[in-house]
Design a protein around this ligand. Structure first.
Ligand SMILES: [Zn+2]
Length: 177
């Protein structure tokens, strides 16, 4: 991770328990940059990060939220607006920000927004929206920098190979591509 982040003032990394790491940055800006430019992956698994309190049990720090940029496709013209982005962001996860530099009023293939997702909740596939005249359309979206995740249940916490749902046979027909 140090090779990827290249913190200007260095970093100290400790393994707390298998799969749980403590990263100590020597400058606030280095840490902020890392927190704002994720998601990061290690060994093809998503790295879930959080800041820690000055004291307390480090193994109890909640590690369940990851921020992603997503690209939303198939929006009809006139739907490239921050209010639409907020609604979609809060459907796919929780809305964080709207990429104004990408989402201009000029024609663009997709809308780009940042969302926060809970890694213990399955990722959503798409969303049906209704126009004022009650006709509907489907928007699809793509995650930027998405590491491996489970194509069976949509969770980021494991891959298909380790899926309990797949092993127990309770698999529905929704497919991930
Ligand atoms: Zn699974």
């Amino acid at each position: 991770m140090a090779d990827i982040w290249k913190p200007k003032l260095g970093i100290n990394i400790k393994v707390l328990t298998p799969g749980l790491f403590l990263f100590q940055f020597y400058h606030k800006d280095d840490m902020k940059w890392m927190m704002n430019n994720g998601p990061w992956s290690f060994d093809n698994a998503i790295l879930v990060t959080n800041t820690i309190p000055a004291r307390g049990d480090l193994t109890k720090v909640p590690l369940n939220e990851v921020e992603f940029w997503i690209q939303i496709y198939d929006l009809p013209s006139g739907y490239m607006a921050e209010s639409v982005g907020k609604q979609l962001g809060n459907f796919f996860g929780s809305f964080v920000s709207y990429d104004l530099s990408n989402n201009t009023s000029n024609w663009h293939e997709y809308m780009r927004i940042k969302i926060k997702v809970d890694v213990h909740v399955p990722l959503k596939i798409n969303k049906k929206l209704y126009k004022k005249d009650k006709s509907d359309f489907m928007v699809n979206y793509k995650y930027e920098k998405l590491a491996d995740f489970c194509f069976v249940c949509g969770l980021l916490t494991h891959t298909e190979h380790f899926c309990k749902k797949k092993i127990s046979g309770e698999v529905d027909d929704s497919s991930w591509e």
